[in-house]
Design a protein around this ligand. Structure first.
Ligand SMILES: *[C@@H]1O[C@H](CO)[C@@H](O)[C@H](O)[C@H]1NC(C)=O
Ligand SMILES: *[C@@H]1O[C@H](CO)[C@@H](O)[C@H](O)[C@H]1NC(C)=O
Ligand SMILES: *[C@@H]1O[C@H](CO)[C@@H](O)[C@H](O)[C@H]1NC(C)=O
Ligand SMILES: *[C@@H]1O[C@H](CO)[C@@H](O)[C@H](O)[C@H]1NC(C)=O
Length: 419
């Protein structure tokens, strides 16, 4: 077997050499282009619990893992060039439409020969028609340790009316969709910068400074002397849904510490687990929520510390009476037992939220009963993803995830430029 591999390597090297020799002089003279990944800081807004990234000098966009587009209010002083309705990109922009988006027409309306897209506000569920336009994002490349050089990333974004900003953070000018679709930010950075479409997301905890996102994937270093944390990732397959470019994974069971939740058979398989940053706290479908809260309360067994629940949370305790550890309150670990055999484990840091009055509440809420058949069983909200390193890879169709150890956090990325 070594000779076979050796021959293959030699053959590959020879082929590469031929390609090099055959390249026109203008190419071989240029320095080899480095495919550096692109880094942006991620800020958590205290008022809305949403996360934003600055992608242009004048834009601050809300991170939406389920969003298929990038949109902004397209400030009048930067009026960009619109795409024509015949542009193939216009079809890509209209590949997905939020079910709540009732605006008619779009894409095909060529009366003004501009491409219309339907930017969507993931908090209010509102959408609006807007022109699709060429734009540029300014960001820094990175080696995974520091920002390196500023780059201008060519991209396409939809313009939206100001009213679409309702209930988004103050100062936000639009939404950066990060879903697995052609015009979401990861795919656009990939095609403009020549990096892969995978991206890392590391959401910060409120009060600990900025988190980080890296388009193109790892490595990522979160502290002097610490390893590249992408080497610590566990993986589970991403499940593609028709008509929905968001990220879903499959859980076979939910365990509280080592006890599996007794759930109706098929409850988790129906709908799966969704990951959403536009939802601040996790949501469970009613058939999962009720046994979950009941068993959590039983497993914690601290009725002595229980206090009146604070809406929208179902279960609250006197914070000072709960044990506190480096991984949060001393409560049963919530483990999503995922396809592939690994657990997405939420200790107190990701399962209990402090609310005013010295209370700590279970950070999951009951999903509004909508169409139960199409609802995910579990939605992981931003709170459940904070200080977790997540790698979304729609090419390899897998999610990488790792809980950061207590001695570092998503806020430990070094945003100081290397000189
Ligand atoms: C690039 O990094 C430097 C250093 O952190 C920062 O000051 C600058 O704002 C960054 N540029 C962009 C566009 O993010
Ligand atoms: C996942 O959690 C279950 C329940 O606690 C446990 O039995 C199992 O060993 C865990 N799996 C891994 C890979 O840690
Ligand atoms: C719950 O706590 C009480 C009081 O500390 C203890 O007596 C009881 O055994 C506990 N129950 C379980 C199931 O651990
Ligand atoms: C951040 O990176 C800069 C540039 O490499 C370095 O000088 C500085 O010591 C680093 N800061 C920390 C806290 O590691």
């Amino acid at each position: 077997m070594p000779p076979r591999n050796g021959n293959l390597v030699l053959a590959a090297a020879a082929a590469a050499l031929l390609v090099l020799l055959a390249s026109p002089p203008s190419c071989s003279a240029a320095a080899p282009r480095r495919r550096d990944t692109v880094v942006v800081p991620v800020t958590r807004d205290p008022a809305t619990s949403l996360y934003t990234i600055p992608v242009r000098y004048y834009d601050n966009l809300v991170v939406d893992l389920a969003g298929p587009l990038v949109w902004s209010t397209c400030a009048a002083d930067h009026l960009p060039a619109s795409l024509s309705c015949q542009d193939p990109t216009c079809v890509v922009a209209n590949a997905y439409r939020a079910p709540t988006c009732k605006v008619t027409g779009g894409g095909g309306d060529c009366s003004k020969n501009v491409c219309t897209a339907y930017p969507y506000n993931p908090v209010t569920g509102q959408c609006a028609a807007g022109n699709l336009a060429h734009t540029r994002f300014i960001a820094n490349t990175t080696d995974g340790k520091n920002p390196l050089i500023q780059v201008s990333v060519k991209a396409v974004a939809a313009c939206a009316p100001k009213r679409l900003l309702a209930r988004l953070p103050r100062g936000a000018t639009g939404v950066a969709g990060l879903a697995a679709s052609g015009l979401a930010l990861p795919a656009q950075v990939a095609s403009s910068q020549g990096v892969t479409g995978r991206f890392l997301l590391c959401l910060p905890r409120l009060g600990y400074g900025q988190g980080v996102a890296i388009f193109g994937g790892g490595p990522i270093y979160l502290g002097e002397g610490l390893p590249d944390f992408t080497t610590t990732l566990d993986y589970t397959p991403l499940v593609a849904k028709r008509d929905n470019p968001g990220y879903y994974v499959t859980a076979n069971a939910i365990a509280l510490d080592d006890a599996r939740l007794p759930l109706p058979s098929g409850a988790l398989a129906a709908g799966g687990v969704a990951l959403r940053t536009a939802v601040p706290f996790g949501q469970l479908r009613p058939d999962v929520f009720r046994p979950f809260v009941r068993e959590f309360e039983k497993g914690l067994n601290r009725s002595d510390a229980k206090v009146a629940a604070v809406a929208p949370f179902p279960l609250c305790y006197r914070a000072s009476m709960l044990g506190n550890t480096r991984i949060g309150y001393f409560v049963p670990a919530v483990r999503l037992m995922l396809a592939g055999g690994k657990n997405y484990t939420m200790t107190g840091t990701n399962s209990m939220v402090d609310v005013k009055g010295g209370k700590a509440c279970l950070a999951f809420v009951e999903m509004k009963s909508g169409d139960a058949a199409s609802s995910p069983a579990v939605i992981l909200g931003g709170f459940q993803m904070e200080n977790m390193l997540l790698q979304f890879d729609s090419e390899k169709k897998r999610l990488g995830f790792a809980r950061l150890p207590f001695y570092t956090s998503c806020s430990n990325f070094n945003f100081t430029k290397t000189q």
